[in-house]
Design a protein around this ligand. Structure first.
Ligand code: FAD
Ligand code: N01
Length: 540
């Protein structure tokens, strides 16, 4: 641990890692509202974060565009014209690029720069941060806007280096179009990325083989372009949209239903499910019944309903059965919404391989070999997800008080106070960190709440002449216990999901996000701030 600044080290007021939704807004608040000398460091060569990296065919959002964006500036919201409910990656990337230009943010973002270490200097209360290129900076505040779905997980398959064709990960997709024409393509993974890319790749490839380990539930997106009239209608609702989104459980401009399956007959339940299925998007999850995620009996209604839809869509009964999820409740894995995913398996040029029954043994020079045989391929697409919630932070060598590493501190799973700070790591903030609602919500709403709380906190410290804020270990323990207690009331434990770290071999099985919803969380954060940052230690 270094204890002083050196002549080659640039001194700043705040260092922010990442230029996605979180980093852009954090920079704006720190620089334009607090007047701080803040700088963002970003590995990519442009802004956008998830929308800079995830350029795979079919990539689009699944929160509706008019609320999958910032709310902090009404003029920004009014002037941007979204093309459709769930626009493609490039449109969302362009939106974030527009935001960066509109608020003149790029001049304080250093691109093509990966942060590799951040060490806290207890003598000077400074974070010393080093980049991959050797550049050094220091600042009292170190803020992670590095994302929770930003470290691509490429499984360690034997023989990948020997593959003669090309391979890509959806979360690290090339900027140039990948041409699938005339190619035999293998796609591994049936999460949101796999389900979005399957129909698009199938439309172009000579043959697509989908390697499925776990069948996944999905409901139809029912994407549609916005008509000028619809846009006008939406734009008249700025206050209403955001008042509702900020107050709702999941950050959507509608409250989840309060109805429970126990109040209704089987026929009424079917009718209600027909309604939300027809509406599309996340209405099936949020708008059907409130007991879906806490009662196995309630969940079975939804799961059976989706399985029936899959059987009714896919012509070949064996393929249909294989596509029906049977080993986890609906919603316990982050549910995708899709456009013609199941329909795609009716195409002549698409086949499905069960790699749970017959696991992938190795990648060969010519393709993929499972226990049952070899599949010859020209291109392999890894839609195998992310080392979610913790992987990106743990890729940085972060050291707090006494040189304690974050890796050591989180050995048995992440511990935070409110998902905002880690005890022993003063003046370090984690936007959408583990222990906050984060990935269980419409994320821009959670991001804005975190960014505003952090900048208000820094402002309050400045006003009071305080230099250091640090989570109290007891408050952190109590928060971790509370996060677990809430999760235990749900069915989230019933699936091997990335919420639990189960997709990464050797990762501790801990439910990482906070499941009690945004209003309860927001209230807690506000109360903490109002009570002189209760649970934090502040010093001059
Ligand atoms: P990110 O967008 O992940 O940005 C983090 C940035 O930090 C990246 O650009 C990365 O390069 C940079 N970074 C990381 N480590 C370093 C380092 N060491 N040094 C320098 N830079 C670094 N959420 C929703 O609510 N609705 C959706 O519809 C939705 N769709 C999604 C679709 C996809 C394909 C994916 C992958 C995620 C989606 N999400 C969605 C979740 C998404 O992560 C958030 O909505 C949001 O984009 C996160 O923004 P962020 O700025 O916090 O993180
Ligand atoms: O990743 P995932 P994703 N052998 O982890 C399989 C957001 N997002 O990129 O289920 C074989 O969900 C794995 O199998 P299993 C969203 O929050 C949103 O799709 O672990 N298979 C699974 O099928 C989402 O949840 C959108 O058995 C292997 C798949 O790979 C999150 O990002 C779009 C394997 C990974 O699914 C991550 O989604 C995209 C192996 N060794 C992403 N390892 C929107 O629509 C993994 N798998 C907004």
């Amino acid at each position: 641990m270094s204890n002083q600044t050196s002549a080659t080290e640039k001194n700043l007021d705040a260092i922010v890692v990442g230029a996605g939704f979180s980093g852009l807004y954090m920079l704006k608040r720190l620089r334009d509202e607090l007047g701080l000398d803040a700088r963002v460091y970003e590995t990519g060569s442009g802004v956008g974060g998830a929308w800079y990296w995830n350029r795979y065919p079919g990539a689009r959002c699944d929160s509706e565009s008019f609320y999958y964006c910032y709310s902090f500036d009404e003029a920004l919201w009014q002037e941007w014209e979204w093309s459709s409910k769930y626009p493609e990656q490039e449109e969302i990337r362009s939106y974030l690029d527009h935001v960066a230009d509109r608020f003149d943010l790029k001049k304080d973002i250093q691109f093509n720069t990966r942060v590799v270490s951040a060490h806290f200097d207890e003598v000077n209360n400074l974070w010393h941060v080093e980049m991959e290129n050797g550049e050094k900076v220091s600042a009292p505040f170190f803020i992670s806007a590095a994302g929770v779905l930003s470290s691509a997980n490429v499984p360690d398959f034997k023989g990948l280096d020997s593959f003669k064709g090309d391979w890509y990960h959806t979360g690290n997709w090339p900027h140039e179009k990948v041409d699938f024409t005339g190619k035999r393509v293998g796609l591994i993974g049936t999460g949101s990325s796999g389900m979005q890319s399957t129909p698009v790749i199938a439309a172009e490839a000579d043959h697509l083989t989908v390697f499925q380990r776990t069948a996944n539930f999905s409901t139809p997106a029912r994407n549609a372009p916005y008509t000028p009239e619809r846009r006008k209608e939406i734009k008249a609702t700025y206050m209403e949209t955001w008042d509702k989104a900020h107050a709702s459980h999941g950050g959507f401009p509608y409250e989840p239903t309060q109805a429970t399956t126990t109040e209704y007959s089987d026929e009424q339940i079917q009718k209600a499910l027909d309604g939300v299925w027809a509406e599309g998007g996340f209405k099936f999850l949020w708008g059907s019944f409130s007991d879906l995620m806490v009662s196995k009996d309630a969940n079975k209604y939804a799961a059976d309903y989706i399985r029936d839809k899959i059987r009714g869509t896919v012509n070949d009964p064996k393929t249909a059965e294989l596509l029906c999820p049977t080993d986890h409740p609906y919603g316990a894995k982050r549910p995708p919404i899709d456009t013609d995913y199941f329909e795609t398996f009716n195409l002549e040029n698409v086949s499905l391989v069960d790699v749970k029954k017959s696991p992938i043994v190795e990648v060969t020079p010519n393709g993929i070999r499972t226990e049952d045989g070899e599949y010859e391929l020209d291109i392999i697409v890894f839609a195998t997800g992310f080392d979610a919630m913790t992987g990106t932070l743990l890729n940085i060598d972060i050291q707090g008080r006494g040189g304690e590493t974050l890796e050591h501190k989180w050995e048995a799973g992440p511990k935070t106070y409110l998902g905002l700070q880690v005890a022993g790591f003063p003046n370090m903030f984690t936007i959408t960190g583990p222990g906050s609602p984060s990935v269980l919500s419409n994320m821009p709403v959670s991001i804005e709440q975190h960014v505003e709380w952090i900048s208000d906190c820094i402002e309050s410290m400045r006003d009071k002449g305080q230099k250091v804020i640090e989570a109290d270990p007891a408050a952190e323990e109590a928060w971790v216990a509370h996060v677990n207690e809430v999760a235990e009331m749900t069915l989230f434990w019933e699936a091997n999901s990335w919420y639990l770290g189960a997709n990464i071999p050797g990762k501790p099985r801990i439910f990482m996000p906070y499941a009690a919803g945004l209003p309860a969380y927001r209230q807690k954060c506000n109360e903490v701030a109002e009570n002189n940052y209760e649970g934090f230690r502040l010093s001059a």
